[in-house]
Design a protein around this ligand. Sequence first.
Ligand code: GLC
Length: 678
Amino acid sequence: MINKYEFGIPFETDAVVKQIKKASGIPKGVQINCDNGFSFKCKIDSDTIVYGLGQSIGGINKRNHLYSSFCSDDPSHTEEKQSLYGAHNFIIIHNPSDSKSDRAFFFDYPGKISFDIGYSKIDEIYIYAERSDIALYEILPELEENKNPLINIVYQFRKLIGQSYIAPLWAFGFMQSRWGYKTEADIRNVYESYKKENIPLDSICLDIDYMKDFKDFTVDKDRFPELKKFSDDLKTKGIRLVPIIDAGVKIEDGYDVYEEGVENNYFCKKQNGENFVAGVWPGKTHFPDFMQKQVRHWFGQKYKILTDMGIEGFWNDMNEPAIFYSEDGLSEVVEALKKMDTTNLDINSFFQFKDNVYKISNSIDDYKRFYHQCVQNNKSVAVNHYDIHNLYGFNMTKSAGEELASIRKGKRTLLFSRASYIGMHRYGGIWTGDNASWWSHLALEIKMMPSLNMCGFIYSGADIGGFGCNSNRELLLRWLAFGIFTPLMRNHSALGTRNQECYQFENTIDFKAIIEVRYRLIPYLYSEYIKACVNSTLMFKPLSFVFTEDSRCLEIEDQLILGDEVMICPVCNENAKGRVVYLPEDMIQVRFKADGTIEQQEVKKGDIYINVPLNEVVFFIRKNHIVPIVNACENTDSLDYSTIALLGDVNGTNSYLLYKDDGVTTEIDMTSNIVELK
Ligand code: GLC
């Protein structure tokens, strides 16, 4: 059951797809105050677990921390950070001792909103925002037929926000990326190096250097003289190119996207009516006002320039939007610095000087300097960007998603974004932004996956190996051994860091062994992915969502249930030869060995230590469940479903419902595309 409460005049964000009648009053046991902004308080018991919040730092259990939904371009994902790139305002309050009283809340509010989950007071959730215009959804479990309250809550929420975006099958192949591939020759070298080492690969990303001076929808002819021919040629080899599109449009006379945008008033404006100027990769840019339907149509149609060159996938970046500096902000800072006596800086004036410079990027002042033209209650109104900041990346990706659906009629396009808000999950996936080559970020990704799934983001994954800092062989291998399970499996790294393509390291055969396991599992992973999207379920679940009577599972944050069949337990500690795994029930341990053979053995419930060499993958299959695999192959085009074999509890009575289709058409038929395997 869902109750909707409204306070003030909520902004129509387009997060939900179901009309729910407004209830009167407020949710039971909650204190709400709208006198000075919005505040929500409720008590939690010492054993209460709080799930949700999608892309955020912290555990699967969100307790003890402060989080803030404010899409942020911040590459330093350290433990104390409150905001990352996504704004996913959904929490589930789980009472293990009385799960019938579990409930969830979705705060549909497009501005900055903070979540104090037992941080200020151990027994209180306190949520607050600057404005009191908010739509609040309370989701209570439907308890009939002994439904699992947590899974039922997620199901109801996902039905409320609409079906998750469905990626093409090839997007389940391994993707190589790096900011720094500058030319066709660089890209060809990536393909050839993978080929030489016999490591499977499906796609290569084009970062900003493929563009002419970082201008969206242009191709640098010196670097990529014939992109169409190149992309067609690579496709015959099973490789697809995935170019990046940035939010800011370069200001440059003669550049059609810029000129059309100016002429038609498609860019975000300042209060005085001038187009807002922000500095990003291309230098000075304007931001398309994606809140306007005609702007979404205009910008989205531009993707055709690249699809006409054979492109079938994109990543949308810098769409928080990231602002290195604004023209106005920069002049204010320069003025302020000029006024300072820099000949004799004392401790205070020195830090003041430094802060002035430091706060230039992504500053709140800049977000307050520009406006969107929005339709609200059927009326066009100017809205300050700051108040609806979290909707920008969402609407950029909606623009691409809607128009690509018409450009490539009937065909799926790969699309993933950096910034997001709930609702965007209907148009594209996300990657989790500029992480670092740190072991803690591998662990963080494991925790983030189920939280993202709760919020509708199923096609997702992190930059494997880490984006910032220098990766190393062991970290990359361990990260890949987790990444083989995530829908988006992309190795991506930043300019200036150590090269981290698999072929850069010794004994590439180990990388081949791990990535081949991915390809062997694709029929299963793809099938579970489609089921999660269509049936509004989680592809990755915390153990506690499944083993509801087992209190140990409430604490486990480094093992996940994949689909209904598999328990994964990645190794995420440096120098570890293996790890301790908790088995809530007897299971079958599956070990993919480096030589391609598979060992299976029954293991008893309880704690066990598993040895996991760097070139092996170990996971568990639940009793009474089976998992299909196929032969290893070099890319998804050569996946051979006729080689299906079954792992796990194969005894003729257990079966697996495999979803299988052509991987490209948009129609998903859950009846005729299901095959029962026994
Ligand atoms: C941003 C993106 C990163 C990309 C870089 C250059 O930092 O998050 O993935 O490589 O910009 O385009």
